[in-house]
Design a protein around this ligand. Structure first.
Ligand SMILES: NC(=O)c1ccc[n+]([C@@H]2O[C@H](COP(=O)([O-])OP(=O)(O)OC[C@H]3O[C@@H](n4cnc5c(N)ncnc54)[C@H](OP(=O)(O)O)[C@@H]3O)[C@@H](O)[C@H]2O)c1
Length: 294
């Protein structure tokens, strides 16, 4: 396939290298105009990718949007007029709500979302590290996207397994968002690893967050039991105890976080459903204050 990766950061570069190694024609689209970009991956010789060529964008069968949630709209809008008919657009960011304003403009294209638990880092020499083996779940954001499941899943799975299809991607995205709402803001506020949240006072707060989240999810027509969410949050805290969450790292590096598309999205839906969410609201405000101090 002709594949263009929009956003040459950690996760975009990881997919670029795996898809290149799987035999696809992969090109990159970054913020600058360099006609080629070289990425170093594993023990391989650096891979040279064509970059920032309108012709590559015109020929792409698949565009993978690998920017952060708050960068999605600005990155993709100028690209849409260059996409050929039938080109599939696959989003990979964390959080929810970033794609909604673009769906009408993408109505002629199959639109998919991939949520992944792989971990990746890229250094300033464009050397990519695959820091955590994970799995990827793909689902459709429109009807055209749903028609592509039998093509896209085996193709991605061949490149970076395991990849599975989920007919109810909204539930999968909300499940991930719910866990992120419980863990990410608290690790950033307390400047701690995920495992340090497993103290009685913090767990009591997480339990209260879970009650609010489950009310919102239920009102949105999704399945969520607050006790099960609390149990899952504790499992994730334990399984990732040594990790720093992405929101913690963003605050530490004085970068904008994805809070608006995680807790912020929850608050937006809570407001629409007229559900009070004071515990989540407080965490949201604390992260926004930290962002404002940067
Ligand atoms: N890294 C992981 O392990 C991982 C795992 C799972 C999910 N995710 C999610 O994947 C998303 C991307 O994360 P990441 O870690 O890959 O972030 P990242 O390293 O910051 O990569 C984002 C890339 O997009 C580029 N970009 C931003 N705006 C652009 C534009 N208008 N045009 C072209 N390129 C643009 C950025 O360039 P600049 O540097 O110039 O801004 C950067 O290279 C996030 O939502 C994250 O939560 C990441």
């Amino acid at each position: 396939m002709n594949i263009t990766i929009l956003g040459v950061g950690a996760i975009g570069s990881l997919w670029a290298c795996y898809l290149h190694n799987a035999g696809h024609h992969v090109s990159l689209w970054s913020r600058d105009t360099a006609p080629s970009i070289s990425l170093s991956f594993a023990q391989q010789a650096p891979i040279q990718f064509s970059a920032n060529q309108i012709s590559d964008m015109n020929n792409a069968d698949l565009v993978i949007v690998a920017v952060k949630a708050w960068q999605v709209e600005q990155a993709l809008l100028p690209i849409i007029p260059h996409l050929k008919k039938g080109c599939c657009v696959l989003f990979t960011h964390n959080g929810m709500g970033a794609v909604d304003p673009l769906l009408a403009q993408l109505s002629e294209h199959p639109v998919l979302f991939a949520t992944t638990t792989h971990g990746a880092l890229i250094d300033n020499q464009s050397k990519i590290q695959h820091t955590g083996q994970g799995q990827t779940t793909v689902g459709a954001l429109n009807e055209r996207g749903a028609l592509l499941s039998s093509q896209i899943v085996p193709m991605l799975d061949h490149a970076l397994a395991p990849v599975s299809w989920d007919d109810n991607i909204q539930q999968a995205l909300w499940n991930k968002l719910a866990i992120n709402c419980c863990i990410n803001p608290l690790t950033a506020i307390h400047n701690c690893r995920n495992g340090e949240l497993a103290q009685s006072e913090t767990l009591t707060l997480i339990q209260a967050l879970c009650v609010e989240i489950s009310k919102v999810m239920t009102a949105e027509g999704l399945t969520c039991d607050s006790d099960a969410l609390f149990a899952k949050s504790q499992q994730v805290i334990q399984a990732t105890s040594a990790n720093f969450s992405s929101m913690h790292q963003d605050i530490q590096h004085q970068r904008r976080t994805e809070i608006d598309y995680i807790t912020g999205y929850l608050l937006q839906r809570a407001k629409a459903q007229q559900i009070l969410t004071p515990y989540n609201q407080t965490l949201y405000q604390q992260i926004k204050q930290k962002e404002a101090q940067q």
